[in-house]
Design a protein around this ligand. Structure first.
Ligand code: NI
Length: 384
């Protein structure tokens, strides 16, 4: 038993990431990925439980003391890969276009390096399904991933193409947004396009609702708190000369919490219904909370930032890296304190493709950095 982890296996990390990249699986379908993970972790003598949150895998190395959780998501996206690389996706219409293939490889490398160590506490790994659909974390939590041993702190990373490789973004407080989804049905009365006075035109009402929803951000929100309202779908009508009887809208609200987060469901409903009534129409509003804002704990963010400064040099640790994108690691961090860091993965010279795009790819040096960061964070936390 030793206190120093074995050297990082750069070639192994890249090989694992490329293997998973070639075999992408969508949320709750990650059976091959989960099988590979479970087999590796059993080989490392972890106590492995598959099927946690449907396709999730949990691995534990138990010891008296505190318990630290390392979380890695493992799902791909319904995107057709456009990269001509040797490790291109072999599955038509599916691709690791967000870097979760790298998260799995990093998680396994951290597990390999922590396995032989004598630590002052337990290490638990959560390989999580279905992050993109925002319900994998909840599935694992309801299956008890945070219990026995009870998790005291949770850490995770996201490879991040908005940051150059060699840098990381770590800060306390909210760093990823709440994700809400709304659906609005506007019910009018259809008729002839040439006789609008005999109808209640839901298309016109929908147009006013879309415009008014934008005023929520400009006029109903404290300008010092961040928020986005986007209407992203609009469906109505089937003919140029017929006023339809119904129009459907869908969209999303993003916040970092606070009063606008609390008020948004009511504001969206009141706005849509008020406008519809003013036009003689009726609006039905469904509002769903998909994920909470992701909030990093002050103390543990400082711990991870110190670790990152040791691994990369203080100049490479960026403050202020946040996004209005969502991340269901938020559900873990709602229950236990922890920190979620952004690990720069944009190739040095060229402009990086954005996440979720068919040309997304990472600079694989980021795998080494992510693995070093999480390994050292887990050791530092447990031995503190
Ligand atoms: Ni992602």
């Amino acid at each position: 038993m030793t206190k120093t982890p074995p050297p990082i296996d750069r070639a192994g990390l890249i090989e694992t990431r490329r293997d998973i990249h070639q075999h992408p699986e969508l949320g709750f379908e990650e059976t091959r990925t989960a099988g590979l993970i479970a087999e590796r972790l059993r080989g490392l003598k972890y106590q492995v439980t598959p099927g946690v949150g449907k396709t999730g895998v949990v691995a534990v190395k138990k010891k008296d003391g505190r318990c630290v959780l390392i979380r890695a998501d493992m799902d791909a996206l319904p995107v057709e890969e456009a990269n001509a690389v040797p490790y291109r996706s072999r599955v038509p219409g599916k691709m690791h276009a967000c870097g979760h293939d790298g998260h799995v490889a990093i998680g396994l490398e951290v597990a390999r390096r922590l396995a032989p160590l004598e630590l002052d506490g337990s290490v638990k790994f959560a390989f999580q399904p279905a992050e993109e659909a925002s319900n994998g974390a909840q599935a694992m939590i309801s299956d008890g991933v945070l219990d026995s041993p009870r998790v005291d702190a949770a850490f995770g990373i996201h490879l991040w193409n908005d940051l150059p490789v060699g840098t990381v973004g770590i800060m306390a407080g909210p760093v990823m947004a709440s994700v809400d989804q709304f659906e609005i049905q506007i019910l009018g009365r259809g008729g002839h396009a040439a006789a609008p006075h005999q109808t209640i035109d839901p298309v016109l009402v929908a147009a006013h609702v879309v415009t008014a929803l934008q005023s929520l951000v400009s006029r109903r929100r404290d300008p010092l708190s961040e928020a986005v309202v986007s209407v992203t779908e609009m469906h109505a009508g089937r003919a140029f000369n017929v006023i339809p009887d119904r129009a459907d809208l869908r969209g999303t609200v993003r916040t970092f919490g606070g009063s606008f987060f609390e008020d948004a469901p009511r504001l969206v409903e009141e706005t849509a219904q008020g406008i519809a009534v003013a036009f003689g129409a009726h609006a039905n509003v469904q509002y769903h909370r998909l994920s909470a804002p992701l909030i990093n704990n002050e103390e543990l963010s400082a711990l991870m930032r110190d670790v990152a400064a040791k691994v990369l040099g203080a100049g490479s640790v960026r403050q202020g890296v946040r996004t209005m994108g969502g991340e269901d690691m938020a559900y873990f961090l709602e229950r236990v304190p922890g920190c979620f860091a952004f690990v720069g993965s944009a190739p040095g010279s060229s402009r990086a493709s954005p996440h979720h795009s068919p040309t997304f790819d990472i600079d694989e040096e980021s795998l080494v950095i992510g693995a070093e960061l999480l390994t050292a964070t887990a050791i530092t936390y447990l031995n503190a």
